[in-house]
Design a protein around this ligand. Structure first.
Ligand code: HEM
Length: 504
């Protein structure tokens, strides 16, 4: 465990202190880069200079950054009743995600909804979907046999986007994946593109009927119609009417939608109505899509850059699987694959920023947090905190061995958040990421095309690999030895400190 640095501020005596402010607009006296020009560098420089609590203006809005795991624990867990999601980041997406879990402000209505949905996301349920995950991945790889000759460059960001969407729709709608699921995926892709552009420049608000916002509303209506049709099909299969989601429906028990249709609140015995079900399906797909896609893309970019990590992974896969396809049971026997996933989620944490509003005044680490303050948490910053991570810019899966993890602060690593708003899909995501990694790495290896500039994190709604991940693809031989010997000539380690001038 690294030695604590002097960056941690000791609480002073004599009442809570004011949070120091950092100018984010222009280069200050320190020569610091502005937030607008380089968000990640701005945050790291500000934290290095001011420590774990500082304020700045995020697109004109004053926010307080908390980067000490104890302080983060207080906001997300210990004093969570003092904080909610009534902040711009979530208000902005409510016209789209509506009453779903992601932007829900919080309180009892939120807790009821989460309570009802939680059983559908238990680890045991994620295990049931494992076969669909490996199946879809294998199908993608079978397609590569004809699409790519050895050494061809593949657009892995695009491939993984399609794969994630196929896995998510199959999990939600199971056997019904067909024409309706395809229409759902198409509408979602269109909605997601419009939303992505909106977040780059979030004006005017989504409630204003510009041509692209109208297209977004139409895409959402198409998705809702698909969900209604899935529900009607399931209800038809069992002779139920599907006006409310909670019926005696048993056909739905096998896919996620079916489980949600059957969900009831243990306290009042009632289920979700159709409108709420529409909202939650969209929240699930939005929550799952970009996060998982980017995590997969980063994983293979890093493996291509780090043949040492890749060959240890190959050794584990070849030893444990001996050439047969991986399944859920193998996850327990492939700790190195899991550590690779954990380290990707540390360095390239896809959900890299989230926010809360202080509902009332609080004191955090000796600082006064006024009622109404916007709290800004950034896992890119936290996951590279030098007090908690040794050599934080180095990609090192072994930092997640039990021995090296045991003394680490629990809240120094939060790829899925913490407390009652922790990602509901975390088990699903971890099973999916590990199984997809194992299925692909067992059959293919990747190298960086000669002359490709380093791929740098691009901080958008999620932390994306700038310019996308484009790698040379080569099949591995069945015995696990390489079809094409040799490693990438110039790995261009994306895990080293973020250099300037790469692709963002
Ligand atoms: C690598 C993949 C993923 C990452 C890094 C991730 C990260 C996160 C984080 C950090 C939050 C909490 C945000 C906050 O506290 O403000 C969250 C919430 C959420 N995520 Fe994920 N997520 C991932 C995959 C998924 C998947 C696969 C699903 C669905 C199957 C999902 C559905 C959701 C939902 C519905 C919420 C809102 C939960 C609530 O507030 O009750 N996520 N996610």
């Amino acid at each position: 465990m690294p030695a604590p640095s002097a960056r941690r501020q000791a609480p002073g005596s004599g009442g809570p202190r004011r949070v120091p402010s950092v100018r984010s607009g222009r280069r200050g006296d320190s020569g610091r880069v502005s937030f607008r020009n380089d968000q990640l560098r701005f945050l790291r420089e500000a934290a290095a200079e001011h420590g774990d609590v500082f304020g700045f203006r995020l697109f004109g809005m004053p926010v307080i950054v908390l980067n000490d795991p104890d302080h983060i624990h207080q906001v997300l867990v210990g004093q969570r009743h003092k904080y909610d999601k009534e902040v711009l980041m979530y208000k902005m997406v409510r016209p789209v995600l509506r009453n779903g879990l992601i932007p829900h402000p919080g309180g009892e209505p939120y807790r009821r909804q989460r309570r009802m949905m939680q059983p559908a996301f238990r680890p045991a349920v994620a295990a049931r979907f494992a076969e669909g995950m490996t199946d879809e991945t294998a199908r993608m790889l079978d397609g590569w046999r004809d699409a790519h000759r050895p050494g061809d460059v593949a657009d892995l960001s695009r491939e993984f986007g399609e794969l994630t969407l196929r896995i998510t729709t199959r999990t939600l709608f199971s056997a019904q994946v067909g024409e309706t699921a395809r229409r759902f995926a198409e509408a979602f892709t269109e909605a997601n593109d419009i939303l992505g552009r909106f977040f780059r420049f979030p004006f005017p608000p989504l409630s204003v009927p510009t041509p692209s916002h109208l297209r977004l509303r139409r895409a959402i209506r198409r998705m809702d119609a698909c969900v209604s049709s899935f529900i009607a099909d399931s209800a038809g299969n069992t002779g139920n009417t599907a006006n409310t989601a909670n019926t005696e429906n048993t056909a739905g028990g096998t896919d996620l939608l079916g489980i949600l249709m059957n969900a009831v609140d243990e306290e009042d015995g009632r289920g979700m109505d159709l409108r709420q079900l529409h909202h939650e399906v969209l929240n699930i797909v939005v929550g799952a899509y970009e996060t998982t896609t980017n995590a997969m893309a980063w994983t293979f970019q890093v493996l291509a850059a780090r043949p040492d990590v890749e060959s240890r992974l190959h050794e584990e896969l070849d030893r444990v699987l001996g050439g047969r396809p991986p399944g859920f049971e193998d996850l327990r026997h492939t700790p190195y694959a899991r550590r690779v996933v954990d380290e990707v989620l540390r360095m390239y944490s896809p959900a890299w920023q989230f926010m809360r509003r202080a509902r009332e005044e609080d004191t955090v680490g000796g600082y006064r947090i006024p009622a109404g303050a916007n709290i800004y948490l950034n896992t890119y910053l936290l996951h590279r905190h030098p007090d908690h991570w040794e050599d934080p810019d180095r990609f090192d899966p072994d930092r997640f061995t039990p021995e090296r993890s045991k003394d680490r602060h629990r809240h120094a690593y939060l790829p899925f958040g913490a407390g009652e708003r922790i990602c509901i899909g975390q088990h699903f995501a971890l099973v999916e990421l590990q199984l997809v990694l194992m299925t692909i790495a067992q059959r293919y290896r990747f190298t960086i095309p000669p002359g490709q500039p380093p791929v740098l994190p691009r901080p958008l709604t999620t932390l994306q690999p700038g310019g996308g991940v484009h790698l040379e693809v080569r099949p591995r031989s069945a015995a696990g030895t390489e079809a094409v010997a040799g490693a990438a000539a110039d790995p261009g380690d994306p895990g080293r400190a973020v250099p300037e001038g790469g692709r963002r």
